[in-house]
Write a protein of this length. Structure first.
Lengths: 218, 218
DNA sequence: ATGCGTTATTTTGTATACAAGATAGGAGAG
DNA sequence: CTCTCCTATCTTGTATACAAAATAACGCAT
């Protein structure tokens, strides 16, 4: 690991990683002096990093009161997932239009991996490959701003663990949705791809709802 | 004007204003020392402000080389407007579902103003009221994250002047679209409202294209 | 013992000082 | 006269020091 970039950028990267890995928990307060000492840097670049993360929505800065890791409520998820559904749906639409034989091969290879990990009940790898698949699709769509918007929201969603795949039967559903998506892409059926992707995202939200209500009971 | 917030926040607000008013032009380089002196603050809070504006996409920071006002290319607009169309379309959809008699009255009042300023050929006021109308619709939809996403993109679009209304006949078209939107809202026809709003945004892009090609000729 | 007010301490916000990389200008060689 | 390399200067990046606000602690009165 080469430390070539600025300390501010390094701090941003590291804190993001800590937030995503839940080493820093939503709602938690960050002490500047302590964090700076921990990272081995001064408060100046650290504060710049905090401002950046705040602008990204991962932190909330309360003036004169400190910096807190952002929290997503169920109500937030109810808003964010439908937006993601639109954006990712659009990606699927554009990708279907642009998909050449080579790109389809690459996507299909990723899809095969999904099938494999699903069969092996390996939720973590499935999740990971799923992420790569969506990423590959975005690259194929080649819409930088769409990618940017989706990336912003995806970052926010990583604030808490949303492992809807752990819900009984959800992984199979997810896999079926991916299968249908691949079929639509191979048919170059852009509207179908869009619709399937939308429903894929909305199904995730639905699964999360079911998990939440189950936890309330328990 | 009370200076109660932090110097960083004040710097953010002021610089944003300068960018939006085109006192700072896309591509322009910002000298930290000079800017700090100009604002009467030190470089510490100024740099925090620059990081925030960079995260918002209004500035680009090239490490060790300085800070530049962001530029939007026609290609960027081709990507951003369709995304705006989706998001604002969704706002119209949700607003149509939630619209009560009082809210419809308020929107109608704003629409009347639009009609008035259009008749008076007052492009600036039309633009302003148009903005308020879209804002009121977002408030009515009551979807904070949707509002947030749209706000982010709208900020970017303000980097350069996109006065599509100045194009021959465009203002009349725009007005007709608004009229159709109001009608759909009053009918509580959410899908129609969504479609009209989408087309309203895409028509703006189309007008911008026509303006660009006309300028190329000239 | 509890509630309030005052003081002490911690923590954020800002300014200044310094280090290192980038730019510009000039001197020397071809 | 032009190109290159070296040096001087400027600019960004970082650390430290200080001011002001917020929190915590303590004592006092009820």
């Amino acid at each position: 690991m080469i430390n070539k970039s600025s300390l501010c950028q390094q701090a941003v990267d590291l804190l993001r990683k800590r937030i995503f890995s839940h080493a820093l928990l939503p709602g938690q307060r960050l002490d500047e002096a302590a964090l700076a000492a921990d990272l081995g840097i001064s408060r100046t670049p650290l504060r710049e990093a905090l401002k950046i993360l705040s602008a990204e929505g991962l932190l909330h800065i309360k003036p004169r009161r400190g910096c807190f890791v952002a929290e997503l409520t169920p109500a937030d998820l109810e808003e964010i997932f439908p937006i993601m559904a639109m954006l990712e749906g659009r990606v699927a639409y554009e990708a279907a239009l642009k998909a050449g034989p080579n790109e389809l091969k690459r996507l299909d290879a990723l899809h095969e991996k999904l099938e494999k990990y699903a069969a092996a009940r390996d939720v973590d790898r499935y999740y990971e490959v799923n992420y790569v698949f969506h990423d590959a699709l975005q690259e194929l769509a080649g819409n930088r701003w769409l990618q940017h918007m989706i990336g912003d929201l995806r970052k926010l969603l990583r604030l808490s663990r949303h492992r809807s795949l752990k819900l009984e039967g959800r992984q199979l559903e997810s896999l079926a949705e991916h299968r249908a998506l691949m079929a639509a892409l191979q048919r170059r059926d852009a509207p179908a791809a869009e619709e399937i992707m939308k429903n894929h995202l909305l199904a995730q939200l639905s699964a999360l709802r079911r998990m939440a209500s189950r936890q309330e009971v328990a």
